[in-house]
Design a protein around this ligand. Structure first.
Ligand code: ATP
Length: 227
């Protein structure tokens, strides 16, 4: 067996899209957001999905997360991947308004059966990594949009998922803060061997991931077609 074959065997395929298409609405009003995407994500992968606004990047992440079902083709996950092994950092506001930043970050861990003490410890460490631990007791309405985006990233990091899907995680952040969030995502993925998929319009962000795939009008370009 060659070294490449050994590596391939070690990296478990976590999720596979085969000709997966996603549409919103029906009939004449239907918008095809993703046209027949083919993609395989393995443990340890670092993938940037790059494309202009409206090209289908978020829609592709929703398919990978299992939040949307394909209208044709299929998306399959390895049997060893449980619901809490997939962490999605949403693009927009996703914190629960009635819960503090800390409670938001603890929630997936508590739901997954961890004790309050364990959840708080992991959540505080994750909030610290993205620089918002001093805001832990505040409500989402008491922090800025960029701080909320960082808290949402921390909520996923605390969970230590095996598949991290981050939708424009630096979109509302200045360059330095964005770099810190990206560092935290990359470090967390390195630490656990997770796969990391990041959508972005920013070439500087994309350059920090190992592989880049472009989206154009709902089509996920092949590596060869990707500029
Ligand atoms: N819930 C929805 N209902 C109808 N159309 C939708 C819905 N969500 C997305 N779309 C459409 O699907 C297409 C792809 O949208 P998507 O959000 O995936 O793009 P994107 O590349 O992530 O854009 P952005 O960079 O602006 O976030 C767009 O034409 C969009 O208008």
């Amino acid at each position: 067996m060659s070294a490449d074959e050994t590596l391939a065997t070690c990296s478990e395929t976590l999720v596979t899209c085969r000709d997966a298409a996603l549409a919103f609405g029906r009939g004449a009003q239907a918008v095809v957001a993703v046209h027949g995407a083919n993609l395989k994500i393995r443990a340890g992968d670092r993938l940037a999905v790059v494309g202009p606004s409206g090209s289908g990047k978020s829609s592709l992440l929703y398919l990978l997360a299992g939040l949307e079902r394909p209208i044709s083709g299929d998306v399959t996950w390895t049997g060893s991947l449980g619901a809490y092994d997939i962490g999605l950092v949403f693009q927009g506001d996703s914190l629960i308004p009635a819960l503090s930043v800390l409670e938001n970050a603890c929630l997936p861990l508590v739901l997954a059966g961890r004790t309050e003490t364990e959840a708080q410890e992991a959540a505080r460490a994750a909030l610290d990594r993205v620089g918002v631990v001093d805001l832990a007791e505040r409500l989402p309405e008491e922090i800025s949009g960029g701080q909320a985006q960082r808290a949402a990233a921390a909520r996923v990091l605390a969970q230590a998922p095996r598949l991290i899907l981050a939708d424009e995680p630096t979109g509302r952040l200045d360059h330095a803060t964005g770099a810190r969030v990206l560092d935290a995502l990359l470090t967390a993925a390195d630490h656990t061997g997770a796969a990391l998929v990041v959508t972005t319009h920013d070439p500087a962000v994309a350059a920090r991931l190992t592989v880049r795939r472009s989206m154009r009008a709902g089509r996920l370009l092949t590596p060869e077609e990707t500029p």
